[in-house]
Design a protein around this ligand. Structure first.
Ligand code: ZN
Ligand code: ZN
Length: 426
């Protein structure tokens, strides 16, 4: 037996989980404030959902999917991203007949067989939203503003919003042709991926990161110079909406997004923070995806954010997402008889919503005190035979020994009162 994690996976341990929980909570709160409802989709889907929904030409589908045959002989794939599954669900559940726009958010794990590098995992987490049914630039601005609010609420600064328009089916073929011509005498000198992209979709050569391709790519024509009138109007509408919300942005013609189904608006939030430069989150409009996957002709837009990448960014910017909350109260017993009492009291306290710890290791009185100290539990009640007999005990604040008498019969109420009051004093 190999007692180690598979490459590209990780444990999220108890000493890190509060960061995840805080990020998840804030993301869900912000999404709700913008009128988005959560959707939960399955971890795996039929493989063709991703082949059609993500695109056969993408690296994700060509090289990175975890695909296997199940015992019934079906080709199954662990989701490499969230959008395709959400679109499948949107179509299958007839959400097109719901009041528009249909605004959904998700918090998922996803799976890609990728090269290992810092902050990259083969099982990773994504926050995302998808909105269906609205084609105007206002919803693009709303989704971008949702992200701004999220970053602001968790305390992430130093992000730059970059936007671009990658055109529509009527203006893209003209651009496509321009690229074919431009790359025709250069493709031989470019990487193997670009050679393949040249045949399938030369637009995807634009975001090649290979050193040998870069000089050709930087000089290539840009979609933004080939936009049709409708696309230009849409793009200037987005810029006007962002400006009216006081959201700073820059137009970056080099953003193309790796997935085939995007059209018009694409955007990225990029970190300028030293040591963690790069894209934190990206998204865009996919007006033809729902139809491509067999649904009605419904426009859509969404984004996805890698949670690991986001947490790395938060850490490097010194954001304190939240402190781990230790258990509030420790009940310490002094004898076998009082142990029974303490055990019952802990149950009562917890039912009343007060977190507490009680000895489960047969520790001596001194060892219980040491344990409570080690865990940083801020309040303590010691109960011995005298306390059981008199029905009275003392609750103590550990940092300065400040204490108060309480009636054991009234314990949950009196303990809660003491802890609340003494917090205010601090
Ligand atoms: Zn167009
Ligand atoms: Zn290349």
């Amino acid at each position: 037996m190999k007692l180690s994690l598979p490459k590209g996976t990780k444990d999220i341990l108890p000493n890190q989980i509060h960061l995840w929980q805080k990020a998840e909570r804030v993301f869900a709160e912000v999404c709700a404030q913008y009128g988005f409802s959560e959707i939960r989709i399955p971890t795996f889907e039929h493989t063709d959902i991703f082949e059609r929904g993500v695109g056969n030409a993408t690296d994700v589908v060509r090289k990175e999917m975890y695909t296997f045959e199940d015992k019934g002989g079906r080709s199954i794939t662990l989701r490499p991203e969230g959008t395709a599954g959400v679109v499948r669900s949107f179509i299958e559940n007839g959400m097109g007949s719901m009041p528009s726009p249909v605004k959904l958010f998700y918090n998922i794990t996803a799976f890609r067989y990728e090269k290992m590098q810092k902050g990259r995992y083969r099982e990773f987490h994504q926050f995302g939203v998808e909105a269906f049914g609205s084609s105007g630039p206002e919803i693009d601005a709303e989704i971008i503003s949702l992200l701004c609010t999220f970053f602001e609420r968790v305390g992430i600064a130093q992000t730059r919003l970059c936007i671009n328009s990658i055109g529509c089916p009527s203006c893209r073929p003209i651009y496509h042709q321009a690229l074919v011509e431009y790359f025709s005498d250069k493709v031989a000198a470019m990487c193997d991926d670009c050679k393949a992209r040249y045949e399938i979709n030369p637009q995807r050569m634009i975001d090649c990161k290979e050193q040998r391709c870069k000089p050709f790519v930087t000089e290539a024509p840009r979609q933004i110079e080939y936009l049709c009138q409708d696309c230009r109007t849409h793009f200037s509408g987005l810029q006007a909406s962002l400006s009216s919300l006081d959201i700073t942005y820059e137009v970056d013609p080099s953003i193309v997004r790796g997935l085939d189904y995007y059209s018009r608006t694409v955007f990225e939030f990029v970190s300028d923070h030293v040591g963690t430069q790069g894209t934190i989150c990206g998204g865009g409009r996919y007006d033809r995806l729902v139809e491509t996957m067999g649904g009605p002709s419904v426009p859509g837009i969404g984004f996805a954010m890698g949670v690991e990448r986001f947490l790395m960014e938060a850490e490097s910017q010194g954001v304190v997402l939240s402190e781990r909350e230790p258990v509030k109260l420790c009940l310490v017993h002094m004898s076998d008889a009082s142990y029974q009492k303490v055990f019952q009291l802990a149950h009562r306290l917890r039912r009343a919503g007060i977190s507490c710890e009680v000895d489960l290791m047969g520790r001596s009185f001194r060892a219980q005190m040491k344990y409570a100290n080690k865990l940083g539990i801020p309040y303590m009640i010691v109960i011995g035979d005298d306390e059981v007999a008199s029905g009275k005990a003392k609750i103590k604040r550990m940092k300065d020994g400040f204490e108060m008498d309480i009636e054991i019969s009234d314990l949950p109420e009196q303990a809660a009162l003491f802890m609340n009051e003494s917090k205010k004093e601090i």
